[in-house]
Ligand binder design. Structure first.
Ligand code: CP3
Length: 343
């Protein structure tokens, strides 16, 4: 049963004696078995859209590490792709997309109902996973939050400071707000279909929330997330929602209360003791080991892991990294984390 799974119990506010563990980007290039399935698929998008292969790479880290959760293998940029943006992943360069910079390029996107034509293989991946996961492993679906997805759509690529999105929201707020509105509706529809296909938990990645300041944070990070969480909760009150407002800093305090999220994911910049006092009071927190420790290993890896678990042991906690596993991580270091937490 979903509600008995360790991850789900923690997300619903029950502290677990040993916290559930999973890692952002737990499937990826640091695993040799991922690299071999990836080369079988050809490019990254084909891997995302081939259900058998996407399910296979989702399961690889579960077999190797027995994590408490599997996260659907897909990407936050599949939503813009399904809305009609051209998308490619150039090896070594990251994503490239056609851009939305004015009302003409915005209106050339498809209506929300049509995204499911492109995204149908993702739902099939979830159906395969629902039948293939070990009994105690929870299945997490996800999407990018509207602000973060918009930063890629406006710039056509990843940017260090999200400059093009900030420029558009200042110069042409009508177009920018309409893009956020479209992404909010698409995200609700996409996550609803993921839940119907078997996702037991959903997560919103707002990886660039930290570049929004003052009122812009409320308008572009908080508001769309409030709408998405409320809409999902009205249909599936039991499905926990995790939100990752990366870089939110002091605005992590109160974030769960304001948005209705069941759990906030902490980036590595957040002090665990501060989070225990200011964030965990509102419910579950997830995080937040610096992913660099999976590269460097040594005593610091275990010390930091134990410190985070200790600081957050007074309330519900899901152990994770503060950001994704990097391609240069040593797979053996993941075993060391698990030993430290579960022993
Ligand atoms: O966490 C998981 O294991 C599930 C799968 C997942 C991927 N991307 C697979 C992926 C998830 C949840 C994501 C989220 C994602 N994608 C985010 C938000 C989280 C974050 O990291 O801040 C963002 C911003 C993206 C966009 C994206 N996808 C970029 C910028 C890149 C290129 C950079 C890189 O690491 O190569 C990707 C590609 C990508 N998405 C890979 C994987 C495993 C690497 C592709 C490859 O195999 O070459």
């Amino acid at each position: 049963m979903t509600r008995d799974k360790k991850l789900v119990r923690a997300l619903r506010g029950e502290p677990q004696e040993i916290p559930p563990v999973w890692l952002m980007r737990q499937a990826g290039r640091y695993l040799p078995e991922y690299r071999s399935t990836r080369s079988l698929a050809g490019d990254f998008l084909s891997l995302c859209y081939t259900p058998d292969l996407a399910a296979e790479v989702t399961l690889q880290p579960i077999r190797r590490y027995d994590f408490d959760a599997a996260i659907l293998f897909a990407d936050i940029l599949l939503v813009p792709h399904a809305l009609g943006a051209d998308l490619s992943f150039e090896p070594g360069e990251g994503p490239r997309l056609s851009t939305v910079t004015d009302s003409a390029s915005l209106s050339s996107l498809k209506p929300v109902e049509e995204i499911h034509l492109t995204l149908a293989p993702v739902y099939e991946t979830l159906r395969i996973l629902s039948g293939a996961l070990p009994a105690g492993t929870a299945l997490i679906g996800f999407a990018g939050a509207p602000w973060t997805v918009a930063t890629y759509m406006v710039a056509g690529r990843g940017t260090p400071d999200q400059g093009p999105a900030h420029a558009l929201r200042t110069a042409d707020p009508v177009t920018f707000d309409a893009l956020i509105q479209l992404l909010t509706e698409a995200t609700i529809s996409y996550l609803s279909a993921q839940i119907e296909a078997g996702a037991e938990v959903v997560k919103l990645f707002d990886s660039w929330a930290g570049s929004l300041e003052g009122e812009a944070f409320d308008r572009y990070a908080i508001e769309p997330i409030v709408k998405i969480v409320a809409s999902l909760k009205s249909r599936w009150p039991e499905v926990p929602v995790i939100v990752f407002p990366r870089g939110a800093g002091s605005r992590y305090a109160g974030f769960a209360r304001t948005t209705g999220a069941d759990c906030v994911a902490l980036d590595s910049g957040v002090d665990a003791r501060w989070a225990a006092e200011r964030v965990q009071v509102d419910g579950c927190v997830q995080g937040n080991l610096d992913p660099g420790h999976l590269v460097t290993g040594g005593p610091a890896l275990v010390e930091e892991t134990c410190r985070i678990v200790r600081e957050l042991s007074g309330g519900p906690h899901v152990f994770n990294l503060g950001h994704g596993v990097t391609p240069d991580a040593d797979p053996a270091n993941v075993h060391r984390i698990l030993e430290a937490i579960r022993r």
